[in-house]
Design a protein around this ligand. Structure first.
Ligand SMILES: Cc1cc2nc3c(=O)[nH]c(=O)nc-3n(C[C@H](O)[C@H](O)[C@H](O)COP(=O)(O)OP(=O)(O)OC[C@H]3O[C@@H](n4cnc5c(N)ncnc54)[C@H](O)[C@@H]3O)c2cc1C
Length: 383
């Protein structure tokens, strides 16, 4: 699938499946299985997989464009898609000894029949996902894992979960290992509801792992190699993907604000809001400038990921930090510009505003990223 074909498919799904139900799913906190089915049928679930596994062999540029397009219509679905792509990338990067067990799963993803996700964050270490509290216990050739995973996007809907735990013999707090648990694993259960402020339709519920047995074939990284995989495989794509979700939200906010300024009227003046008030036009312009600035930042990160150099990790950290702030700022301006109509939920803007607040609190949070960037500029150890 070419870049243009993938974006066209994302646009078609966004307008046919996502846009008509985004508001309703947000209100009900309803996960969209229709959206996941459509993404599977279109081939977009296997976007980054190689062609011999049924994928499209696409890269970060296409992934960002597809994710932003989905987010413009429904950021909840875009986040489900992003977490799936991260899960898939981690499974694909698995150590060679896991190949026989995981190849059928990757083929199912390539065929569009398998949704994956990440289960890193734990109740005990909160947003510091790089320090799992759970520890895998050796049990012959397999391990047993008990853990309280506090937020797992697509919980109860995914067919597999990429799970972190401290390695059985790991000595340090970041000596973790990544494992793949299928949804049928005995002891794995959704441990509570998801009722967030935003991204309400993405089922980011807690998951309990109660003495789950994981065969060695489903150990994705070597013992203790979970943390490097989080940093090198997951983080770059997560930063790009959350920035793409933020961009989709900003674009949707600009479009919805422009539409309101054109259609809402001061009847006593015989003018639309946009015709009447230069201050509203100026704020709309500022939103557009910020959205395009974020788009340029995303392009810059894509170039860094396509041709990595010594500044790539800095750009990875900067892009997620900046995107979280831009999304909050642009949707906040949209709320103010659209006044009572936005505040009383007559427009989609308040959903965009709520959804935009997720990016900055998803780990690594904006605060943690700024802390890491500051440390790196001063040559201090990051962890
Ligand atoms: C919609 C949504 C979906 C999610 N999906 C997933 C998922 O699929 N998989 C998954 O593993 N997790 C997921 N998460 C969890 C997420 O990544 C974070 O772990 C979680 O949001 C952290 O919340 P907390 O209350 O535990 O934060 P806390 O750790 O309690 O943070 C509280 C505040 O302290 C700040 N802070 C923390 N540490 C530092 C520091 N070192 N320096 C400066 N400030 C700091 C934070 O920025 C924050 O403002 C999801 C979260 C959300 C909201």
């Amino acid at each position: 699938m070419t870049h243009d074909a993938a974006v066209l498919k994302a646009r078609e799904i966004a307008s046919r499946v996502l846009a008509p139900s985004a508001g309703q799913n947000d209100t009900a906190g309803q996960f969209s299985t229709d959206a996941v089915e459509s993404l599977g049928e279109s081939g977009l679930l296997g976007l980054l997989l190689p062609v011999d596994l049924g994928g499209s062999g696409s890269g970060p540029r296409t992934f960002a464009a597809v994710t932003a397009t989905l987010a413009e219509a429904d950021a909840s679905v875009a986040m489900v898609y992003l977490m799936h792509i991260l899960g898939t990338a981690t499974i694909l990067a698995a150590r060679p000894s896991a190949a026989r067990a995981i190849t059928p799963i990757l083929q199912e993803i390539g065929a569009g029949r398998h949704l994956s996700t990440l289960a890193f964050s734990e109740a005990g270490s909160r947003s510091h996902f790089w320090v799992p509290m759970s520890r895998a216990q050796r049990n012959g050739k397999s391990v047993r894992i008990s853990a309280k995973k506090s937020w797992v996007t697509s919980a109860g809907h995914a067919q597999s979960y990429v799970v972190s735990a401290l390695s059985p013999e790991g000595a340090g707090p970041t000596d973790s290992t990544l494992y793949l648990l299928t949804a049928e694993t005995r002891g794995l259960s959704v441990a509570g509801p998801w009722d967030g402020l935003g991204l309400r339709a993405n089922a980011s519920a807690p998951i309990a792992l109660d003495d789950c047995q994981v065969p060695s074939d489903f150990q994705l990284t070597d013992d203790g190699a979970g943390f490097p995989a989080m940093l090198n495989v997951v983080l770059p794509l997560f930063s790009l993907g959350t920035a793409a979700v933020a961009l989709g939200l900003c674009r949707a906010a600009v479009a919805a604000t422009a539409s309101h300024l054109k259609s809402a009227r001061f009847e006593h003046l015989g003018q639309s809001l946009g015709e009447s008030l230069p201050t509203l036009r100026a704020q709309l312009a500022a939103m557009q400038i910020d959205a395009d600035g974020l788009s340029a930042r995303i392009d810059d990160l894509i170039e860094h990921l396509e041709e990595p150099c010594e500044t790539t990790m800095l750009r990875v950290l900067e892009t997620k930090a900046a995107a979280g702030e831009v999304a909050i700022s642009v949707t906040s301006v949209a709320m103010r510009v659209c006044g009572g109509a936005a505040f009383s939920k007559h427009l989609s803007i308040e959903r965009l505003f709520r959804d935009a607040h997720a990016g900055a609190v998803m780990a690594p949070t904006g605060d943690v990223l700024r802390e890491l960037i500051g440390k790196s500029l001063l040559g201090l150890p990051l962890f």
